[in-house]
Design a protein around this ligand. Structure first.
Ligand SMILES: *Cc1c(COP(=O)(O)O)cnc(C)c1O
Length: 362
């Protein structure tokens, strides 16, 4: 069967696809109200949080921008902990709105070192907020967010985390890890189409909100809170994506968080073991290897374009390439959402076949 093995959008179960053919409803009516509350509560279950949780219409990057403009003022110092492209993007957004970025960058493939972050916070006492990517999709590395959060919180700083490609696949308990704003996106592990982003907002984040002066309108958390009290959103939401999300969430809740995380551990491990069995080298430090996306170095003599074309045309499997400095050097396999080990087994058979066709010898 054809497989979309990229880190979002992800393949959707048939019942999720079906749900999107439903007729539109009034987004200010009782049927919508019930759906909004149900979906919000189920996302909070996945987030493991009692904080406010808003569903915003936009992609994940919109959620990142929302976090920045609601939390900060121009001129604020922000520590940007980056281990790849998405970490860099977070800093770029903050910078675009006038924040002063203090970079804390780590080599591609490595996780952020909590001791280096601690030193950066000692050296920069004026830092207002710390930006961290939980799961860096460009390299396939999952940061030790529990340890990083401990450091950030020992300095009493605001913690804003891009959990876009981890939440709903990898354990990310928002309250336990004291994440002030946690962002995710519907097209990653949520078994829903693209179009929605989720943000949780802690009390500390609300305190920051009350002082934040960056320009905002569409993304204003205050508006979102006011309307959520009426089981609505300030602006017209992506109604059909919410239909789909509700079905995906029902499946997630039924499976249960423990089982979801265990399944992603299995598929992550199967992908890494499969790649290594083919003699391939992983980009990520294996201790921090992601269970939602695996990055693999292209072996000598194999070009990404030829590999992805052979995978797609001969095996109906879509993989993706490297971003930024890793473009043309690596390929990536997404394994989040509606996926199990048998999908990975199939993918590995195809990968072996494609590499062999292209002249690769293990
Ligand atoms: C996918 C992703 C994003 C961006 O999300 P869009 O929905 O494409 O805007 C940001 N951060 C991470 C870690 C991601 O995986």
């Amino acid at each position: 069967m054809a497989q979309l093995r990229i880190p979002g959008p992800t393949p959707l179960p048939p019942e999720v696809l079906q749900s999107q053919t439903k007729q539109m409803i009034n987004h200010r009516g009782s049927e919508y109200h019930a759906m909004m509350t149900d979906v919000t509560n189920k996302i909070k279950y996945v987030y493991q949080t009692k904080n406010d949780l808003f569903i915003l219409t936009g992609s994940g990057t919109g959620g990142m921008e929302a976090a920045i403009v609601n939390m900060l003022s121009p001129g604020d110092q922000v520590l940007s902990v980056s281990i790849g492209i998405f970490g860099d993007r977070f800093a770029s957004i903050a910078q675009a709105f006038g924040a002063k970025i203090i970079p804390c960058k780590f080599e591609m493939g490595k996780a952020a070192d909590p001791d280096v972050v601690r030193k950066a916070l000692v050296d920069n006492p004026e830092v207002k907020a710390v930006l961290i990517t939980h799961n860096e999709t460009s390299t396939g590395v999952t940061n030790d967010l529990a340890a990083l959060s401990k450091v950030v919180k020992s300095f009493g700083k605001l913690l804003i985390v891009d959990c876009i490609s981890s939440m709903s696949s990898i354990n990310c308990p928002v309250d336990e890890w004291q994440i002030d704003v946690a962002i995710s996106g519907s097209q990653k592990g949520w078994m829903a189409p693209p179009g929605l982003t989720f943000v949780s907002v802690s009390q500390k984040a609300w305190d920051a909100y009350s002082k934040a002066k960056m320009p905002r309108f569409y993304w204003d958390f205050g508006q979102a809170k006011k309307y959520l009290a009426k089981e609505e959103t300030p602006w017209t939401p992506a109604v059909s994506v919410i239909y789909a999300l509700q079905v995906g969430l029902n499946m997630l809740v039924k499976e249960g968080l423990e089982n979801i995380f265990a399944r992603h551990e299995r598929v992550g491990k199967a992908t890494r073991e499969g790649a290594k069995a083919l003699g391939l080298k992983l980009v990520a430090d294996e201790k921090y290897a992601s269970n939602t996306v695996t990055s693999i170095w292209l072996p000598a003599g194999i070009e990404y374009k030829a590999l992805s074309k052979t995978m797609r045309e001969d095996y109906q499997i879509t993989i993706t390439g490297g971003q930024g400095a890793l473009d043309g050097k690596i390929f990536r396999i997404g394994h989040l959402g509606w996926v199990d080990v048998k999908d990975i087994d199939e993918c590995m058979v195809a990968l072996k076949g494609a590499l062999t066709k292209l002249g690769y010898k293990n």
